[in-house]
Design a protein around this ligand. Structure first.
Ligand code: 2P0
Length: 349
């Protein structure tokens, strides 16, 4: 008898915000980076993608809906994820012939983000991480998060880091087939409970230059880029890991802010130049710097991804200072959206 059952699995995946940024690929096809990166996974209570994957012998095509809209699934990124996950399922079925032949069925995926898509809030990271986890759960795959991170990476580079909670490194690797380019946990969120983050939503608009296009323009045209990838980031990765291990907020903050600024500097050094920050973003930088100077110590660390929104890391003991500053110090420049910030907590799964 033909198996007409619809199999399904649901999962969620969190957003991660890099404190050592990924920017540049040595393989576009496999999303292999030119430098390692390190991120903090944010609380799923605030920012997450919820994804359900289903498969059945009655389905006639692969499909993907994001926030209620049908998406193209013929792209290389989606195809790579489906192909790799199906190959792992096939291996499982070959070893255990009584299992349903899900590897032969089409897959339907439905995803919802609870935050703006493609506005520099790492939506593709949570999106592909959730897609890979949902299908891996559907297929009951035994692979570890690090193994699955190699598949999520092919969907979107930064997605590999959203397979873990807490503090996560994406080790760039050297192999041409990507077998050593994956995510690993540096420390669980519970290692540093004082760490907090706030997101200042400057704009929820879609970014003008996609990360994929922007980073390759940087690789091809920026003279500063090689210095960053080869000289700065390898040392910074070690320094950042040490800062996390030692719960040294001053070092963590210094490297976070310097790395964000250097990432935006190589964007500016690209031809044509790429601008992700705007006047409000720069006002936020000046305000955090002023607050740190006023306090005589580092209370806040800003970082900006491929968009104008600020993420500010701080320690719980300084929450009033930071949230007060978000509400008031910035007010003249940002009157129309002052107060629109989300308090988020680094979290595990
Ligand atoms: C990061 N960003 O490390 C950096 C910082 C943006 C700035 O990873 O082409 O969406 O899908 O591999 O992962 C955004 O790039 O790019 C990104 P693809 P992705 O979080």
């Amino acid at each position: 008898m033909t198996d007409k059952k619809i199999y399904s699995a649901s999962t969620t995946a969190p957003v991660n915000i890099a404190v050592v940024k990924y920017w540049g690929k040595r393989s576009v096809k496999l999303n292999l980076p030119t430098n390692s990166s390190l991120s903090v996974t944010l609380s799923q209570a605030d920012l997450k993608t919820h994804t359900t994957a289903a498969c059945s012998s009655t389905f006639t095509e692969n499909s993907l809906w994001l926030n209620g809209e049908a998406q193209d699934v013929s792209g290389a990124r989606q195809t790579a994820c489906f192909r790799e996950l199906k190959a792992l399922r096939k291996k499982l079925e070959d070893a255990n012939p009584s299992l349903p032949k899900m590897s032969e069925y089409y897959v339907h995926v439905v995803s919802e983000n609870n935050f703006p898509t493609a506005a520099g809030l790492a939506s593709s990271a949570a999106g592909f991480a959730a897609l890979v986890r949902a299908i891996a759960d559907l297929y009951e795959l035994p692979e570890s998060p690090t193994e699955l991170s190699k598949i999520a990476r092919q969907g979107s580079g930064s997605a590999c880091r959203s397979l873990f909670g807490g503090y996560v490194a994406w080790e760039m690797g050297q192999a041409v087939d990507g077998s050593d380019s994956y995510a690993v946990e540096v420390a669980p969120a519970s290692h540093w409970p004082e760490m907090k983050a706030a997101i200042l939503v400057v704009s929820a608009a879609k970014k003008s230059v996609s990360s994929t296009a922007g980073m390759q323009a940087t690789v091809n045209t920026s003279a500063l880029f090689t210095h960053r990838a080869c000289d700065v980031v390898p040392k910074r990765m070690e320094a950042m890991k040490a800062a996390i291990e030692n719960r040294d907020f001053e070092q963590f903050a210094a490297h976070t802010m310097a790395d964000s600024n250097q990432f935006h500097a190589v964007c500016l050094d690209t031809t044509p130049p790429i601008f992700y920050m705007n006047d409000v973003s720069r006002a936020a930088i000046r305000a955090v710097e002023a607050l740190n100077t006023h306090e005589g110590r580092v209370v806040g660390a800003y970082t900006f991804d491929a968009g104008p929104n600020a993420v500010i890391y701080y320690q719980e003991k300084d929450e009033e200072k930071i949230l007060g500053f978000l509400g008031t110090l910035l007010a003249p420049e940002v009157a129309e959206w002052a107060g629109k910030y989300a308090k988020v907590t680094p979290e595990g799964y």
